[in-house]
Write a protein that binds this ligand. Structure first.
Ligand code: FAD
Length: 458
């Protein structure tokens, strides 16, 4: 008997329920990845993620080869390609990770129908992309299909016994006559960020081990310190599934301590946003809760948004964060928070413009995490304090007290010590002129008044 395992956001061999189930049921398995034209058409296949994906596919292929198998790669419309491989291999079942986004859910439905007409069964496995399946926890009450508030979700999520972590299979037998395309190469992808991290399951596992050994202990105290860079940087691996969230949580819990607890809580945030998106796929593009339609438009707003994208707003900590994004394809969480607040609240520009820019560059760019964190910051989503505005000067003083983060990413200000580095416009004119750095694009108190006025009359 032969099964097909369709890989999507789960590019690993460790702790992979679809692969294990296929191997338990069948003696031959086709591990398949389809470069999906629909994902490309949607503009989701951007250079940073394509380059990281190339690493992941190469690593997955090598892991499977080490077990006597290989990865089969195709490109086209995903349903057509899976059906074609099923026919070629004479497969009786297809296994995949259950999808979360609207697109992934629709893909699963279309695939199920198409396979049924070929007499082939589809098995969608839960807790592969997330630690807890969306929909597995419900708040109770009539008609509630997801949690809209984090803390009660966290409580229930933490009390749930995790599914056991599975190791990697020893052997994978792939039918010989199934053709595969050449794997993409990272070096062929142009337009990537110069500081982009390497991808692949091997790298993810090394990073996790190093993180548990020498990073997690200081996580609770240092995770918000912009310059300390004291977070795990596992987000791209969780996004591409080169690391299992169930295994990451399990190994962190075993490591123990307050850092581990804080880290596992962040994994819960990830599941929280995924379960919101699974229940409300439209929230990827539309306001989730509060509706705000009066975002600023027009020439002045466009120019300010452009300054934000290019890291020249004149607010050093915002500019540092935006430049980190462009240089690494990644940004510190505190940077994401204050950059998003600046766009959606200080500039009062539509959060979708900012979210799109993030998705164009982030290597961990993820529909659930990105869109719903943006909505959180824009005050349209699940935040319980939607009118809170993060002041970029106070954020800088608090989370970059000695200015090291600004100095790293805004070298024009490297000679200016903290705390003045967070307010260069306050320098005496002669000294100010020494720094080739722009004046603020907007006055903070005027922006605050504009925000309050807009929120009074939504
Ligand atoms: P750690 O602090 O080490 O956290 C561990 C893991 O927990 C992360 O890898 C991530 O998977 C998860 N996590 C942490 N914080 C959050 C959070 N607030 N929401 C959901 N999951 C979280 N994360 C993405 O993975 N993809 C995105 O596209 C994305 N866009 C964001 C946009 C905005 C405006 C904001 C405010 C946050 C966004 N985040 C996103 C969440 C968070 O900033 C990143 O997950 C985190 O910075 C990644 O770094 P890390 O792996 O070192 O995180």
């Amino acid at each position: 008997k032969t099964a097909v395992v369709l890989y999507t956001s789960d590019l690993r061999v460790h702790d992979h329920p679809p692969l294990r189930a296929a191997l338990a049921a069948c003696d031959r398995v086709v591990p398949l990845f389809v470069r999906d034209r629909a994902v490309e058409r949607a503009g989701f296949a951007v250079p940073n993620r394509l380059a990281f994906l190339a690493d992941c596919l190469a690593d997955l292929d090598a892991s499977l080869r080490g077990r006597g198998g290989r990865l089969v790669l195709r490109s086209g419309e995903v349903v057509d390609e899976v059906c074609a491989v099923v026919r070629e291999a004479g497969a009786g079942e297809v296994h995949l990770a259950a999808g979360v986004s609207g697109y992934a859910q629709a893909r699963e439905r279309r695939l199920r129908e198409a396979l049924r007409s070929q007499g082939c069964a589809l098995h969608a496995h839960d807790a592969v992309v997330t630690a807890v399946a969306p929909g597995a926890l419900l708040p109770g009450g009539r008609g509630s299909d997801h949690f809209a508030v984090f803390t009660p979700y966290l409580r229930r999520w933490s009390a749930l016994p995790p599914r056991p972590v599975a190791g990697a299979p020893r052997a994978v037998r792939v039918p010989e006559d199934i053709g595969s395309e050449e794997p993409p190469r990272r070096s062929r992808v142009t337009g990537t960020s110069p500081g982009l991290a390497p991808g692949g399951e091997g790298e993810a596992r090394r990073l996790l081990t190093r993180w548990l050994r020498s990073g997690i202990a200081r996580y609770e105290d240092a995770h918000d310190d912009l310059a300390a860079d004291a977070t795990s940087r596992l987000s791209p691996h969780l996004h591409f599934g080169t690391l299992s969230p169930v295994e990451a949580a399990e190994r962190a819990r075993t490591a123990g301590g307050p850092g581990a607890e804080a880290f596992v809580r962040q994994l819960c945030w990830r599941d929280f946003h995924h379960q919101v998106l699974a229940a409300r796929p439209a929230a990827a593009a539309r306001d989730y809760r509060a509706r705000h339609d009066r975002w600023r438009t027009g020439r002045a707003a466009e120019e300010e948004v452009l300054a934000w994208k290019e890291g020249r707003t004149g607010y050093p900590v915002v500019d540092a964060a935006m430049r980190q994004l462009r240089h690494e394809g990644w940004m510190h969480n505190r940077g994401r928070l204050l950059a998003a607040s600046f766009l959606a609240k200080t500039l009062y520009a539509d959060w979708r413009t900012g979210a799109r820019h993030f998705l164009d560059l982030l290597v961990d760019g993820d529909l659930a995490n990105n869109q719903l964190n943006w909505q959180w910051m824009a005050g349209t989503g699940t935040d319980t304090r939607p009118n809170r505005v993060l002041n970029p000067v106070r954020q800088g003083l608090r989370y970059d007290p000695d200015g090291r983060y600004v100095h790293r990413w805004v070298p024009e200000l490297a000679g200016l010590a903290a705390p003045r580095v967070h307010e260069p416009w306050r320098l005496p004119a002669a000294e100010r002129a020494r720094y080739d750095y722009p004046a603020p694009v907007v006055d903070l108190s005027e922006a605050q008044a504009r925000f309050q006025e807009a929120r009074r009359h939504p």
